[in-house]
Each structure stands twice: as C-alpha cells, then as structure tokens.
Design a binder for this molecule. Structure first.
Ligand SMILES: Cc1cc2nc3c(=O)[nH]c(=O)nc-3n(C[C@H](O)[C@H](O)[C@H](O)COP(=O)(O)OP(=O)(O)OC[C@H]3O[C@@H](n4cnc5c(N)ncnc54)[C@H](O)[C@@H]3O)c2cc1C
Length: 325
C-alpha cells in the first residue's frame, strides 16, 4: 500500500508539522511513502529537501515544478497532487493539519470528489479510511469511516512526534503539472511583515500570552516586554482579537495558531476549551490569574494567583536583575 504525503516547505527546510505527517504516514505504509513537494524551476535547495525526506522514511519524492510555486497557491498544489495521485493510485493522501495543509486537502477533495478527514490522530493500517480524529478543539475524539477510493487525511498538529526513520535510497522525479488559469488564480500576491520581533508564534520556544485580563491593547505592553526578555513571541486569546487589541495572527487556539512551546505563560486567560486546543502541545504552562478557580489552572504546571499587572512586571524585573548580576 502506498501513501502520498503533501509536504510544506519553510526557508530552512521541511516544516515540522509535515515531518509529523510523515511519521503518521509511515504507520500506514512502512516502505512505500511518497512525498509531493512544490518548487520553482531551478530551485537549488531541493537536494537538502530530498535528504531530509529520505531521513524521514520517504522512498520517492515528486517535485511539482512551476513558477507559481514561488508563492503559496493552494489550488495549484491540489492540482499537482491530483495529477501525481492519478499515476500512483495511493491508498491515502496525507498532509499536515496546518491551515495550509487543510486548505490544500479541501481543494483536493473537491477536485477528486472524495471526502476529507481533518485533524486525524490515528488511522488503521489495514484500512486508512478508518480514522480517529479530533473534533471541537480536541474535546471530542471521533471515530469515522471515510468512503472514496483514496482517503484524504490531515494529521492533528503535535500529536504524532516527528521521528527520523532513514531509508536506503530516495528516488526523485520532477514534473510540470498542467495548471489551468483558474488554478493559478488563488495565490499569495503580497506579504506584509508582522511585527513579531523576529520570532514566529508557531515556532517560538516561549510564548507569553494574555487575554481579557490584560484590560486593553495598552495592557499588552508588559506582555511584550516579558516576551522580549525571554526571546519569545506574544500570543493572545480570542477575547482579545475580538476586542481589536491584537491582530488575529497572535491568537492561540482552535481558530487561531496551534503552538507547542517549551513554556507557555498565560496571563489573564480563563482557559476555555477552544483556547486550550491551541496550546495543549506546550511542554509547561504557567498561568497568572486572579481567580484560583479559573479552568486554566487544571492544565497549568505552575500558577501565580494574582493580578497580571503586578505579577508580569515583577517577573520582568527579576529577569533584568539576573541579567545585570
Ligand atoms: C467556535 C469557537 C472558536 C473559538 N476559538 C478560540 C480560539 O481559537 N482561541 C481562544 O482563545 N478562544 C476561542 N474561542 C473563545 C473562547 O470560548 C473564550 O471565550 C475565550 O478564550 C476567552 O478569552 P479569555 O480567556 O481572554 O477571556 P475570559 O474568559 O473573560 O477570561 C479572562 C480571565 O482573566 C482573568 N483575569 C481578569 N483580570 C485579571 C488580572 N488583572 N490579572 C490576572 N487575571 C485576570 C479572569 O479571572 C479570567 O480567568 C472560541 C469560541 C468559539 C465558540
């Protein structure tokens, strides 16, 4: 049984969520895992991509080449995947449960006229259409059976560890997908640099977040200061983005970014299920909250019961003192 994995690339290599999707795929097929990666003609980084994919159990890499892949073009990626799937006839097509992975697979489902199951945590090796997947931000695990000749699945972020499993040899194929004008239409045409101080929310080792307890957009000044001292990123709850205090790109949660930092500092956040869906991959959670009964305390490894407007500057002051000493 062969499995095709649609991998996402970052400037520094393969996206970690795609490596997790590869580990998921290997549980379905030990020795016939194919990867589809998109690239522009003459891309010099593709050798490194092949080496990384080989380290993670990929037996064959299929590079779809086109100038459009210099940017993100989800329908074009879906068309390229459909093209290679028609030749390979894989039992399953797997992608990361990232925003992009889910978007590409939704397009692919429409192109192939088959259903797609998002946020899977497990699929049966004898029948990849029998899946367990996360619903409602992880508060419900659903068992489902997919129909359709090929099973389309995305893997819930940070559930399956990205472990290396080197294969002896990885073959490489390059092809130019047949893309219509309509399939080239949906693409990123412009990028605006977010003011993150250089650390992305999804990748940061430390995230300092605040919620309604911050009180205002200005209340985030102390959160930014602490994040800066820890070399981390700033996050927030949906109450904050709804109030217009922070952009949606800062939102952690079911309808925001899923994060897995070493340390998550959640200040003035109640810990609603939809928020926790985005940070349950954190290795440690420190909650700062005035309410000793706030739901977040059930998930927190450490807690300070107190006003964040006093506690957060006090932590920053101690960090600064330690630096000077
Ligand atoms: C479909 C759907 C999707 C959603 N997706 C998301 C999502 O992706 N992310 C998300 O975050 N939410 C999401 N939500 C909203 C979620 O249900 C909560 O409403 C939201 O997370 C609450 O934000 P909060 O914790 O900041 O606010 P509140 O629930 O109002 O909590 C504020 C907390 O701050 C504490 N506090 C107040 N003042 C202080 C202070 N001075 N110092 C310290 N602590 C203080 C309070 O004790 C309280 O615990 C979603 C909801 C739905 C229905």
């Amino acid at each position: 049984m062969s499995v095709l994995v649609v991998v996402e690339r970052q400037p520094e290599g393969i996206d970690d969520l795609s490596l997790q999707a590869l580990a998921f795929a290997r549980a379905l097929s030990q020795d016939d895992v194919h990867a589809l990666a998109v690239t522009t003609p003459g891309d010099t980084a593709s050798q490194g991509v092949v080496a990384t994919l080989g380290e993670h159990g990929v037996t064959a890499v299929h590079f779809a080449e086109d100038e459009i892949f210099g940017t993100y073009a989800p329908l074009a990626v879906a068309r390229a995947t459909a093209e290679i799937a028609e030749r390979l006839q894989p039992a399953a097509i797997v992608a990361a449960g990232s925003e992009r992975g889910n978007e590409v697979m939704a397009h692919l489902g429409a192109l192939l006229d088959v259903p797609f199951a998002a946020n899977c945590i497990e699929a049966a090796s004898e029948d990849p259409g029998h899946v367990t997947r996360m619903r409602w931000g992880g508060s419900l695990l659903e068992e489902a059976d997919l129909h359709g000749d090929v099973k389309l699945l995305t893997v819930a972020p940070h559930v399956v560890p990205a472990e290396a499993a080197p294969v002896g040899e990885t073959s490489v194929e390059r092809f130019a997908p047949q893309l219509s004008d309509a399939e080239r239409l949906i693409r990123v045409s412009e990028r605006t640099q977010a003011e993150t101080g250089g650390v992305s929310l999804a990748e940061a080792k430390v995230v300092v977040s605040s919620g309604r307890g911050a009180g205002s957009a200005e209340g985030f000044g102390i959160i930014e200061e602490l994040a800066g001292l820890l070399g981390g990123a700033v996050g927030c709850s949906r109450a904050v983005t709804m109030a217009g205090w922070r952009p949606h790109t800062d939102q952690v949660g079911q309808t925001g970014t899923k994060i897995a930092p070493d340390l998550y500092i959640a200040c003035g956040i109640s810990g609603a299920t939809q928020h926790m869906a985005g940070c349950k991959g954190a290795k440690a959670i420190l909650a700062v909250n005035t309410d000793p009964d706030a739901p977040i305390l059930a998930s927190a490894d450490y807690a300070v019961i107190g006003d964040l407007h006093e506690v957060v500057p006090a932590i920053s002051a101690e960090l600064l003192k330690a630096r000077v000493a």
